[in-house]
Ligand binder design. Structure first.
Ligand code: FAD
Length: 439
């Protein structure tokens, strides 16, 4: 209990799940603390648009304090939870602080899974934070600048090559967006190379991209990407990644532009709970989202594994996290929630969609399948409506309209943040790549 004898609910994670839960608790007779290691909520579905210079970071992220707004019972704390002491009902943060709770909601999200090859991360960063997106943006822009300065087409080839690993929605969106910017939008800015020199590879270990979508939509997405100039390599598992090169059973692609979008794993913090986890580390929660064996602990969103009524695990998607947060917030607002059917979580699937490029998307809405412009319009409306603060909604909408009609890209700035690193990388890469070419 907090000093005023109210229940103290601690929510770790200010993402889709955590924020939705906190919003439901704003008027309840409880004290709430949201702890997040960053100060902002991030709209991850549009991260690739920051990485490809279509949107600015401020368009897709907003401070958690702003989203929660004025509230007498909700406190926001910046800090990274490093340990859960479930027997004492407390948490420790990275800076040594201890926070006690009566009820704990873990909405920790997920992180990229390098399948036991964490050394690949350095050469093939994922797209999970604003910082990742800005690094990717700088790498793309620096690579084009580099290619502009190399006269030998063979030597500039690596700098005009992009490899995206993982054919899920993020990989597909990223490949489509890179194809648009490097084959179209930015071409007019450079004179030393032609768009035919740029090569974009989307690499997938499975026999289809957009696994989980109906075969018909996966195939349509593949065809659309190929038409945009993306080479989709199916059944192609990566065997090694090193500086400036991706290796497969059949050969190697040389490039400093490698982006990892292949699979996620849950936060290692969950391992300490001793609860049953699936193979990606998600905690197998009860139907009311509580952790088996604990009376006051809940896991939601990407960190939770819950099967739907057909026995399939719910996907790691924003609407799942949002609905779970909303459900749990309502449940915790009531002092004694029962375990009756109405207090068990049921996911309302409103459909899935993925965008591929300008006026190109695929959508599966309750079994109705759409592709092309109509699917893209649906995708655009849904994503703009989901942006949390109104300020961003209007601006993003206007920016998209502008890009659509002008083929322009927005934020094409190279700042100092990665230039030094890239230059170091560049010199070593050039040797690596040359050595590989010569071999
Ligand atoms: C590039 C990308 C594209 C995506 N595209 C789509 C899409 O098109 N459609 C869709 O529905 N879904 C998409 N997703 C998935 C969607 O973003 C997630 O399903 C959703 O964010 C899950 O919400 P969550 O609340 O579980 O976790 P998150 O939203 O990831 O939030 C987790 C929060 O916990 C915080 N945190 C983690 N560990 C700690 C700690 N130890 N201490 C303190 N704070 C911590 C993090 O900082 C973060 O703010 C995409 C994801 C990515 C990465």
């Amino acid at each position: 209990m907090s000093s005023n004898n109210k229940r103290h609910i601690v929510i770790v994670g200010g993402g889709f799940g955590g924020i939705s839960a906190a919003k439901q608790l704003k008027k309840a007779d409880v004290d709430v603390t949201i702890i997040d290691k960053s100060n902002h909520h991030l709209f991850q579905p549009l991260l690739y648009q920051v990485a490809t210079a279509a949107l600015s970071p401020g368009d897709i992220a907003a401070p958690i304090r702003t989203i929660i707004g004025e509230s007498r019972n909700v406190r926001v704390l910046l800090g990274e939870v490093q340990q859960i002491h479930s027997e004492e009902n407390s948490l420790s943060l990275g800076d040594g602080r201890t926070i006690s709770y009566d009820q704990l909601v873990l909405a920790l999200g997920a992180q990229y899974n390098y399948f036991g090859h964490d050394e690949w991360k350095e050469h093939a960063p994922g797209l999970k934070s604003i910082s990742n997106a800005l690094d990717t943006r700088e790498r793309i822009l620096l690579s084009l600048e580099e290619a502009e300065q190399i006269d030998d087409p063979k030597l500039r080839e690596p700098y005009l090559t992009y490899v995206i690993i993982g054919g899920g929605p993020t990989g597909v969106e990223m490949a489509g967006a890179i194809a648009e910017i490097v084959k179209r939008n930015m071409m007019r800015d450079y004179s030393n190379f032609s768009k035919n020199e740029t090569r974009i590879f989307l690499v997938e270990a499975e026999p289809k991209i957009l696994n989980g979508y109906p075969d018909e939509l996966s195939e349509k997405a593949r065809v659309m990407l190929e038409e945009m100039g993306v080479r989709v390599l199916l059944n192609t598992p990566v065997t090694n990644i090193k500086k400036g090169a991706v290796q497969f059973g059949e050969g190697t692609i040389q490039t400093p532009n490698i982006i990892w979008a292949a699979g996620v794993v849950a936060s290692p913090l969950l391992d300490s709970l001793g609860a049953e986890q699936d193979r990606t580390g998600r905690v197998k929660v009860n139907e009311d989202l509580s952790v088996p064996g604990y009376r006051n602990m809940y896991v939601i969103g990407d960190a939770a594994h819950l099967d739907d009524e057909d026995g399939h695990p719910l996907p790691a998607l924003a609407p799942v996290a949002q609905q779970q947060g909303e459900f749990l917030g309502k449940k915790l607002a009531i002092k004694q929630a029962s375990n009756s059917e109405q207090h068990l979580f049921r996911y309302r699937d409103k459909g899935t969609m993925a965008t591929i490029g300008r006026a190109k998307a695929v959508a599966d809405i309750n079994g109705f399948k759409f592709s092309g412009l109509f699917a893209w319009l649906m995708w655009s409306v849904v994503h703009i409506l989901q942006l949390m603060c109104f300020h961003s909604k209007t601006r993003v909408f206007l920016e998209w309209i502008w890009y659509y009609f002008t083929f322009q890209r927005g934020v094409r700035l190279i700042t100092d943040r990665t230039t030094d690193n890239y230059n170091k990388l560049k010199e070593e890469d050039a040797k690596d790549i040359l050595a590989l070419i010569e071999n």
